[in-house]
Design a protein around this ligand. Structure first.
Ligand SMILES: *Cc1c(COP(=O)(O)O)cnc(C)c1O
Length: 246
């Protein structure tokens, strides 16, 4: 089991290197984030001890449950799930350094108010629904720029870039279109030179589509299954807006 996780990570690092070589990028430009939903703290620790440092949960409940067990193993926490505003205080309490799933103004505004009260700042990514599937969270591509302009006024929030979940499709070209759309929006936002907006990060690509994402400019790939194995719960439990998540 222990060896398997380390071995799987090595395979992902190889896949990153091969994908980067193909498009003449340096593997150092691509950060590996471990998507740890449903994975026990014990198994996450094995991954961290094999040299990884960046992990992310989708649900506050899981973040909470694993917090004590992971506290003394150095790592950085991002958060990649849909976040209800009444859970904002929890992600601050449990040391999340980047919220990748900002998809609406009221979430950004309430996060800002909380950060102001605590006299601190936080990195965020804006999540975009590039597949336009009803079941996926994220701001619609037509409204992202306006959202970024509004969020940029909250001086406690450091807008570092964009995040998306590509369409689940057996056709690579459909998946690629999602990533190209995200990159296109990034380029548009960069050209607007909005104060307080950095836009260098593109968080896109998962176990099944990381190569395409890297080819299209991903700087953070989020990998779960290919490292920890199949999950017991379907992803709709985490991604479907109609369900009571978090
Ligand atoms: C679960 C999850 C991932 C990882 O997906 P895998 O297919 O298991 O690699 C990436 N991003 C988000 C937002 C997720 O919820």
């Amino acid at each position: 089991m222990e060896n398997q996780i380390a071995e799987n990570i090595q395979q992902i690092l190889n896949r990153i290197a091969i994908a980067c070589r193909k498009v003449d990028r340096s593997p150092e430009e691509v950060k590996l984030l471990l998507a740890t939903k449903t994975v026990s703290a014990e198994r996450i620790k094995i991954a961290l001890e094999s040299g990884q440092t960046l992990i992310a949960e989708n649900k506050v409940q899981e973040l909470k449950e694993k917090y004590e067990d992971l506290k003394y193993t150095p790592h950085t926490n991002h958060f990649i799930g849909h976040l209800q505003t009444n859970k904002i205080k929890d992600i601050l309490k449990y040391d999340v350094s980047c919220l990748q799933s900002v998809d609406r103004l009221d979430l950004a505004q309430k996060l800002h108010q909380r950060l102001l009260a605590d006299n601190r700042t936080m990195d965020i990514l804006i999540q975009v629904n590039t597949s336009k599937e009803e079941s996926k969270f994220g701001a619609s591509p037509d409204t992202v720029i306006e959202l970024v302009e509004q969020v940029a006024r909250f001086e406690t929030l450091r807008v570092k870039g964009l995040m998306t979940i590509g369409i689940l499709s057996a056709e690579p070209e459909k998946v690629r279109k999602c990533f190209q759309l995200l990159r296109g929006i990034q380029q548009q936002i960069i050209s607007l030179a909005i104060p307080n907006v950095e836009m260098l990060e593109l968080s896109m690509g998962m176990s099944g589509d990381m190569e395409i994402a890297i080819e299209e400019g991903a700087t953070i790939i989020r990998v779960g299954t290919a490292i920890f194995g199949q999950r017991p719960t379907p992803d709709s439990f985490y991604w479907n807006e109609t369900m009571d998540v978090n």
